[in-house]
Design a protein around this ligand. Structure first.
Ligand code: NOJ
Length: 539
């Protein structure tokens, strides 16, 4: 008998099931890459009003919170991660009242809102940097950044040998001969966090957004603000990876933890459990766990899981290492498969049918694991990376400077298909800033809604079940025996099986199937699980 599993759509509004105390320990948080989510004014670029209008879709999907990528005033040299004014909304995305409306509407729907904060660097158009440049060597504003004289006879060589994450030297020389440090693009000068004025300013910026009602911050480059004393040479040519585990004198320095502790005190001084999530690239699960000690941040993205190759042994190892490390500090693990900086996981896992099959299975796996999960916009539609963007439309600074970080990040940032059969597929009325493939007409939210085999309905069912089944979310798990290539683990009342193999496997039926990424075949007391399939069983 072949059994097609009906989606169990939740009839509970998000407001009723959103957790209160410790809500972040098992929250499902949806990442909105604002410029590619929904465009309300027809300029081809997503905006805050567009995002607000689509909030009911996210509440219906069943997520608990939404993380918005930077929408602040910015020359957009790095998709808004170059902020010129941390208290203003860029006109591309709307204005402050749009931000206010979005937060209010999200709360009305029972969704929390997390915004991005970019403390490692500002835009070169920020008033501080402009004053530092205009004032010349020795002005106090230069102490807000890392300005240094160069090496060589005339200071013509950079102060040290560090390379920028986007390729090329991490230093740029100014007209007056001084150099300034930028771990990313030259338009993103690094702030000097040893200067108390920088710390004070950021506390004030955090308060500004907390007062507006946001529920927390995703902290960009949370491991980068403190540089090793004396800015020592590396001694070797090594370009820092955007998502990497290298040990470098400008990443994961112990001094960053004091900043996070002070931010935690600030977050805790507000009502309603406001949170901080670290975008930190640490060399090991143990080093990453330091960011989520009880007096530091609430969550840290588990990039070791994101970068793990498909396969039972490797995945089990990362899961074990992550859970052990975070448990040692009493924190949950924060699972993530994709974001706006990496090739979409359908493509990373092999692309086409194989990639989609594995991506769906990986989604069910992560949603069954203990902890919190982030969902990157479009993964619920099973979107692949757009790999054939013409050079002329690309905007990622890494494309212009580097040797190709993570496959050039524009391919995962193509605007979402919502409805209809021609581009921009309901994204807006005026086109889209990156071209959408013709094949996306079949992947739109509208095309997938109501089709029980679609990836969208799979996510809806999984998120509904996460709320219904008390054993999912925060808590413990136990590995059970399974054949080679098959992961089997138990949560209270639930068993999850993941067949990672490219061949079907037969198992004794572990329980009552509640959700599966492919049709199962039952023969007496056994079940045949197709290749690369994940199943949740009620026990
Ligand atoms: C990480 C962000 O996710 C990425 O998009 C950005 O380029 C760098 N930080 C620099 O801000």
């Amino acid at each position: 008998m072949t059994q097609e599993l009906a989606p169990t759509l939740s009839d509970q509004p998000a407001a009723q099931s959103a957790h209160s105390a410790g809500w972040w320990r098992d929250a499902v948080i949806y990442q909105v890459y604002v410029r590619s989510f929904a465009d309300s004014d027809g300029d081809g670029i997503g905006d805050l009003r567009g995002a607000r209008e689509r909030l009911p879709y996210l509440a219906d999907l069943g997520v608990d919170a939404v993380w918005l990528t930077p929408f602040y005033a910015s020359p957009q040299a790095d998709g808004g991660y170059d902020v010129a004014d941390y208290r203003a909304v860029d006109p591309l995305f709307g204005d402050l009242s749009d931000a206010d409306d979005l937060v209010r509407e999200a709360h009305r729907l029972g969704l929390r809102i997390i915004v991005d904060i970019v403390p490692n660097h500002t835009s070169d158009q920020h008033v501080w940097f402009q004053a530092a440049l205009a004032g010349g060597p020795g002005v106090p504003e230069r102490e807000l950044y890392h300005f240094r004289p160069g090496k060589g006879v005339d200071g013509e060589l950079p102060p040290n040998d560090w390379e920028s994450v986007f390729g090329g030297p991490a230093w740029t020389r100014t007209a007056d001969g001084d150099w300034y440090l930028h771990l990313f693009a030259p338009a993103q000068p690094d702030l000097n966090w040893e200067n108390p004025a920088v710390r004070e300013e950021f506390e004030s910026v955090l308060r500004f957004w907390l007062d507006l009602g946001v529920d927390g911050f995703r902290i960009d480059v949370a491991h980068g603000m403190i540089k090793a004393a004396g800015l020592p040479d590396l001694g070797v040519r090594e370009q820092a990876k955007l998502i990497g585990a290298q040990v470098l004198p400008f990443f994961d320095q112990d001094g960053v933890h004091e900043i996070h502790r002070s931010w935690r005190r600030l977050l805790d001084s507000y009502e309603g459990e406001r949170i901080g999530v670290a975008e930190a690239w640490a060399p090991s699960a143990e080093r990453l766990a330091l960011y989520v000690r009880p007096d530091e941040l609430h969550q840290a993205f588990n990039f070791q899981f994101l970068t793990c190759a498909w396969g039972a042994e490797a995945m089990r190892k990362v899961i074990d290492e992550s859970l052990t490390a975070t448990a040692s500090v009493g924190a949950p693990t924060t699972w993530v498969l994709s974001n706006h900086d990496v090739v979409r996981h359908t493509t990373r896992y092999g692309g086409k049918d194989t990639g989609l099959r594995r991506a769906r299975a990986a989604a069910l796996l992560t949603l069954a694991l203990p902890g919190s999960t982030y969902v990157y916009q479009g993964e619920e539609l099973g979107l692949p990376e757009v790999e054939d963007l013409p050079d002329a439309v690309r905007q990622d600074p890494a494309f212009f400077r580097g040797d190709g970080q993570d496959g050039m990040r524009d391919g995962c940032r193509v605007p979402l298909p919502w409805s209809g059969t021609t581009a921009p597929y309901g994204f807006g009325t005026g086109g889209s800033w990156l071209p959408q493939p013709d094949s996306w007409k079949d992947l739109s939210a509208q095309a997938q809604t109501g089709d029980p085999r679609s990836t969208l309905e799979l996510y809806r069912s999984a998120l509904a079940l996460r709320r219904e089944l008390p054993g999912l979310g925060d808590g413990g798990m136990e590995w059970l025996d399974g054949p080679e290539g098959v992961l089997v683990f138990a949560r209270p009342g639930l068993v999850c099986t993941l067949n990672t193999l490219a061949a079907e496997v037969e198992l004794p039926v572990p329980g009552r199937p509640v959700l599966a990424t492919a049709a199962l075949e039952f023969t007496g007391r056994a079940v045949r699980i197709p290749r690369e399939t994940c199943v949740w069983w009620a026990v």
